[in-house]
Design a protein around this ligand. Structure first.
Ligand code: TRP
Length: 362
């Protein structure tokens, strides 16, 4: 590990059991990166609190589940530093310092904050508009003053806590502590990375020292993974397939997958684009092109197509389940995380000391 490979940092929130969207979108890349770079991967449990403090009772358990899932996928604590964010207090400490140089206006402009806040606010009070008005309580007048401006109204929501607004500040600290050269992210996280760069630059400029290094995004290719219903696979849509989905329920889920509504009879000509079953053939079937041709020509029905997919997927998912069960019985997750935290801390504490010194503290 002690070498001159560029540093890569990435985190994922402990959302519980991981699904195939997580795998194809992000984690498959982590497996690759651990062999090429000096990687710091962590479970972002503090980040989980920024929008979910009201349902935080599962964070510890979700962290354990996630670490086991990651290891069963092949993430190897001997090849990368795997740790839990809240075990390394320097993440909080640097967040505090970065907060001193981050104008609130930057955070208010953050598109992720604006969009998510409105969604959260609406979701929380879905079907209880009267309650929503009440929750807006003292600030109701303010909300009314904003008229139909949903964005401004949401800002007065009780979901708009400082930790949520400061999400990118914590994320910047995560990254800057380790001198990350690259941060593998999806396009949705790009505004956060831009903010990280802005904060690093402002910090260095303000304190007249070159302490924090600006990271670059690493856009790794990832196929689009639809959920069962054709929307993006996401836990909040309830359309996921878990990495270790049980055989029976895998079968039931594939059978439920959205297919081309114009293909009703076996010999109807199908349209693979937009068909979820076809999208998964692309991921799990080396001969997916032949399948698509047959579909287009009306030579196969959706039932047969699904049946083959179930077999192909069960091979992978079944293998995962076995590895996962073995690890769950043999690995001391807390020990893995403690070891990872010690290695992360060794690096983070040095950077923290340099940042404190630059800021005039010691
Ligand atoms: N914001 C990221 C997400 O939701 C998770 C994350 C937290 C992260 N800290 C990070 C990603 C640092 C990369 C680097 O996906």
């Amino acid at each position: 590990m002690e070498n001159n490979k560029p540093v890569v940092v990435s985190g994922a929130r402990p959302t519980g059991r991981l699904h195939l969207g997580n795998y194809w979108g992000t984690l498959r890349n982590w497996l690759d990166l651990q062999n090429k770079y000096d990687c710091y991967f962590f479970v972002a449990d503090w980040h989980a609190l920024t929008t979910g403090a009201d349902k935080s009772e599962n964070i510890a358990e979700n962290t354990r589940e996630m670490v086991l899932d990651l290891m069963a996928l092949g993430l190897d604590p001997a090849k990368c530093v795997l740790f839990r964010q809240s075990d390394v207090k320097e993440h909080a400490e640097l967040t505090l310092l970065m907060g001193m140089v981050t104008p609130i206006s930057w955070l208010l402009r953050n598109p992720t904050f604006k969009e998510q806040l409105q969604e959260l606010h609406k979701a929380k009070y879905k079907g209880q508009e009267d309650k929503m008005k009440k929750a807006e309580g003292v600030t109701k007048q303010l909300a009314e003053a904003h008229g139909e401006d949903a964005e401004a109204t949401a800002l007065h929501s009780d979901m708009a806590v400082i930790g949520f607004l400061g999400y990118p500040v914590l994320m910047a600290a995560d990254i800057l502590l380790y001198d990350a050269k690259f941060v593998p992210i999806g396009k949705d996280q790009l505004p956060h990375l831009e903010l990280t760069r802005d904060m690093a630059r402002r910090f260095n400029h303000m304190f007249g020292a070159q302490v924090l290094n600006e990271p670059e995004p690493l856009f790794t290719s990832s196929p689009l993974v639809p959920g069962l219903d054709g929307r993006k696979m996401s836990k909040s849509y309830g359309n996921t397939i878990f990495l270790g989905e049980e055989a029976k329920s895998l079968e039931a889920k594939v059978k439920k997958m959205y297919t081309d509504p114009l293909k009703v009879k076996l010999d109807d000509k199908g349209h693979p684009e937009g068909c979820v079953v076809c999208a998964f053939h692309k991921l799990y079937n080396p001969d997916w092109q032949a399948r698509e041709t047959e579909c287009r020509e009306g030579k196969t029905g959706c039932g047969a197509c699904k049946k083959q997919l179930i077999e192909l997927m069960e091979k992978e998912v079944g293998g995962f389940r076995a590895r996962r069960a073995e690890l769950a019985a043999s690995v001391d997750v807390e020990k893995v995380l403690a070891d990872g935290a010690a290695r992360a801390r060794a690096v983070a504490s040095k950077k923290m000391a340099a940042a404190s010194k630059a800021a005039g503290l010691i």
